[in-house]
Design a protein around this ligand. Structure first.
Ligand SMILES: Cc1cc2nc3c(=O)[nH]c(=O)nc-3n(C[C@H](O)[C@H](O)[C@H](O)COP(=O)(O)O)c2cc1C
Length: 235
C-alpha cells in the first residue's frame, strides 16, 4: 500500500495496479457508514464489466441498517450450522479437495487463524470466526449477488467479473470488501428478507466498508502461486 502523498504521483498503469494489488479480503470493518451515492457510483462503474452478448446477468441487493441486522439474525438464529448446511442451489467447492487446491486452502486458513491466535483444535473459536461472515464482519453495507437460474455457466463468468469490478471500484474510493460465498447455502433465510424471487440463485455476498486496520485478521496477506504454476507460454 502506498503512502498517501505517493498516491498523487501515480501513472494510470500504477493506479490500476494499485487498486488490484490492494484489494484483499478484509474481515473487520469500522462502523463508519458508506453513503448511498458512493455505492451507486461503485455499482455503475462495475456494471461496465463485459458479458457475453452484453446480457449483464448480474443482480445485486444492497443491504444496511435494520434489514442487514434482520438478515444476520435470521441466519445466526436458524440453528443450521455452516458445516451441516446443504449447498442445494450450487456447489462452490469440490466435494473432495485435492492438490494443489487443498494445500492453498489450508495455508490461508492457518494464516488467518494464527493471526487471530486460534489454535488448530479450537473448534468453537473457529466457528465463532466463521459466524462473523453473517454480520458481514461488521461492515455497514452488505451486498448479495444473485443470478437467474435459467442462465448458463457463461453468465456466471460474467457475474464473477462484475463482482471483481465492484471490489476494484471500491478500492478507488478507499473502501474495502470481502467476497462471501458463506451466504449462498442460507438462501432460504435470505430470500424472504430481501424479497429475492425463486428464479434467482443466491451466488455470494460481500462486505463493503472502511477497514478496521487495528484488527489482527486484516494483517492477512494471502499468497499466490508463481507464474510457472499456472501459465503456459506456447511458442
Ligand atoms: C466468490 C468468493 C467467495 C468467498 N467467500 C468467502 C467467505 O465466505 N468468507 C471469507 O472469509 N472469505 C471468502 N472469500 C475470500 C477468499 O478466502 C480470499 O479471496 C482468498 O483467500 C484470497 O485472499 P484475498 O482475497 O485477501 O486476496 C471468498 C472469495 C471469493 C472470490
Amino acid at each position: 500500500m502506498l503512502a498517501p502523498e505517493k498516491k498523487n504521483e501515480l501513472s494510470i498503469p500504477e493506479i490500476v495496479d494499485e487498486a488490484m494489488l490492494t484489494r484483499r479480503s478484509v474481515r473487520a470493518f469500522l462502523p463508519n457508514p458508506v453513503d448511498e451515492e458512493t455505492i451507486r457510483d461503485i455499482l455503475r462503474v462495475a456494471a461496465r464489466a463485459p458479458s457475453g452478448t452484453n446480457m449483464q446477468p448480474w443482480k445485486v441487493y444492497v443491504v444496511s441498517g435494520e434489514r442487514k441486522q434482520a438478515l444476520s439474525d435470521a441466519i445466526l438464529s436458524s440453528g443450521v450450522r455452516p458445516e451441516k448446511i446443504e449447498w442445494d442451489e450450487y456447489k462452490y467447492y469440490p466435494d473432495k479437495f485435492f492438490e494443489p487446491y487443498l494445500a492453498r486452502r489450508r495455508a490461508v486458513g492457518y494464516a488467518l487463524y494464527s493471526l487471530l491466535g486460534i489454535g488448530r483444535r479450537e473448534v468453537e473459536r473457529m466457528r465463532a470466526q466463521h459466524d462473523r461472515n453473517f454480520t458481514f464482519f461488521d461492515a455497514p453495507v452488505g451486498l448479495i449477488f444473485t443470478i437467474d437460474r435459467r442462465l448458463n455457466k457463461g453468465s456466471w463468468i460474467d457475474l464473477g467479473m462484475f463482482v471483481q469490478s465492484v471490489m476494484i471500484a471500491a478500492r478507488g474510493r478507499d473502501l474495502h470488501t470481502c467476497p462471501q460465498a458463506a451466504f449462498a447455502p442460507y438462501h432460504k433465510q435470505i430470500r424472504p428478507i430481501l424479497g429475492i424471487p425463486g428464479e434467482e440463485i443466491v451466488v455470494c455476498g460481500m462486505a463493503l466498508g472502511y477497514e478496521d486496520a487495528s484488527k489482527p485478521e486484516n494483517a492477512l496477506r494471502s499468497e499466490r502461486a508463481p507464474l510457472e504454476e499456472f501459465v503456459s507460454f506456447v511458442r
